[in-house]
Design a protein around this ligand. Structure first.
Ligand code: URP
Ligand code: ZN
Ligand code: ZN
Length: 461
């Protein structure tokens, strides 16, 4: 059904103006003042509200066998959580184990989403080993529309690849024109430091950070950048937690490496003291790389404002506190890594970034939507508001105030890392390709409306 959104204030990465929006056949067809509504159209009055492009989370885990368990969300729960939080597109990491067939894994991940997602979605293909068969399998996956890879320099013995595999993956990505996203921590250093701490009887969640210090993350980024320079590949550093990585990425850019930087919402607002909470409470805050000293938050916000960080994702990876995080009581290396936040990213970035004056509304839209769309081959259908774009829209009430509570969240996990946190503004209405999926902050939509987004390689130059 056609949709008219009246009198909202449209905000994109580079513009802000009051206008009506007319949506038909899944797209935005007209933008202008005083558009007339034909009979039968849905009409939304957005007076006093901001209208943003649907937000994009370029780094989530939904189906994730990991550390002896599975992440808790399904596409049903994660996509509803994303939508009520203002995110209309998810890009999920396909994470096969080293012994899995990559094509079978890719089909398995796709089958988890098909017919179950309420929002649109795409994938980054995890390359967790490389042999003679890999190039032809990855070429088929790219031809299927998954035009980005993911590598892990961490997680020795699980997802992690060696230098030979890294070189071959980057060289192939260069040839295919796809970008490679990378988890950068030196796996050997992590393993050695973990063993040392455990042998000293340091077993609680507060030892997770010391086992993966900032130098270990920076080494990973320098390593990736060196390989990217040698192969000419375009690379994207996921979940940047610290100032040392920002410096390493800047240095690499300075010598011509095509490198982009993502941070994730937990690092912007949580610090390592959360993982030091008593009675194993700190396990709720164990993710990798770990939460850092507060000083790194300032560096991340400054870099975000200055354009040195390209995107803010979540790295959503939900594990229950009671059953799953518990697996690591007595040995922090066994705590499933991850902090759930797909529902909270947009509201937290607005509340603790825009509302506090750290970033302006345009940077907010850019880092939470537009830049990811550009980097991952979704722009301009996604990530902006213009005629011809998909009618993925977020109508946002800046006057609303609330608090985060696990009891009312859509994410299928038994805690919130942000319990009780005050929130400025509210995601009021969300459309996906012109269909109203969220109204008055509640999911009212069609559960299987989401579509897999097939992307062309865009990193050939
Ligand atoms: O702690 C994290 N980040 N868990 C999810 C897996 C990953 O490394 O992205
Ligand atoms: Zn990671
Ligand atoms: Zn991740």
């Amino acid at each position: 059904m056609p949709l008219l959104i009246r009198n909202g204030e449209i905000v994109t990465a580079d513009s802000r103006y009051r206008a009506d929006l007319w949506c038909e056949d899944e797209t935005i067809t007209r933008i202008g003042p005083g558009l007339a509504a034909p009979p039968g159209a849905d009409v939304i009055d957005a007076t006093g509200k901001l209208v943003f492009p649907g937000f994009i989370d370029p780094h989530v885990h939904i189906y994730l066998p990991f550390m002896g368990t599975f992440a808790k969300d399904t596409y049903e729960t994660a996509s509803r959580a994303a939508l009520v939080g203002g995110t209309t597109t998810l890009i999920e990491m396909v994470c096969p184990s080293r012994s899995d067939d990559p094509l079978e894994a890719y089909e398995l991940w796709k089958s988890q989403a098909a017919g179950r997602s309420a929002c649109d979605y795409a994938f980054h293909m995890g390359v967790t080993r490389f042999n003679d068969m890999t190039p032809q399998l990855l070429e088929r996956i790219v031809a299927d529309g998954t035009a980005s890879f993911k590598v892990f320099l961490a997680y020795k013995g699980a997802f992690g690849i060696n230098d030979n595999e890294l070189f071959q993956t980057l060289a192939l990505a260069r040839r295919l024109g796809v970008i490679v996203t990378a988890h950068c921590e030196n796996a050997e250093l992590v393993w050695q430091l973990q063993q040392r701490l455990l042998s000293e009887g340091r077993t609680g969640p507060e030892w997770h950070e010391p086992s993966r210090p900032t130098s270990v993350e920076a080494e990973g980024v320098q390593h990736l950048a060196t390989f990217a320079q040698a192969t000419g590949a375009h690379v994207y550093v996921v979940h940047t937690s610290c100032s040392e990585v920002l410096a390493a990425a800047q240095q690499a850019r300075g010598r011509g490496v095509r490198i982009w930087v993502e941070t994730v919402i937990p690092y912007l607002i949580l610090d390592r003291s959360y993982a030091e909470r008593r009675d194993f409470e700190g396990a709720k805050y164990v993710m990798s790389p770990p939460l850092r000293e507060k000083s790194h938050q300032h560096a991340l916000w400054n870099a975000l404002a200055a354009g040195e960080i390209d995107t803010v994702a979540t790295d959503h990876a939900p594990f229950d506190f009671h059953q799953q995080k518990e697996m690591g009581r007595g040995d922090f290396t066994q705590i499933p890594n991850g902090i759930p936040s797909v529902e909270n990213r947009v509201q937290l970035l607005y509340s603790y970034g825009v509302f506090t004056g750290k970033i302006d509304l345009h940077r907010f839209v850019d880092v939470a939507a537009t830049k990811a769309a550009k980097l991952f081959g979704l722009f301009p259908k996604k990530g902006t508001i213009q005629p011809g774009a998909d009618a993925d829209l977020v109508i946002f009430d800046p006057a609303h105030e609330s608090r985060i509570a696990a009891a009312t969240q859509q994410m299928n996990v038994d805690y919130s890392a942000f319990e009780g946190w005050p929130i400025a503004g509210q995601v009021d209405t969300v459309t996906v390709r012109g269909r109203i999926q969220v109204q008055d902050g509640k999911f009212v939509g069609q559960q299987d409306y989401g579509r897999m987004l097939r992307r062309e390689p865009t990193h050939g130059a």
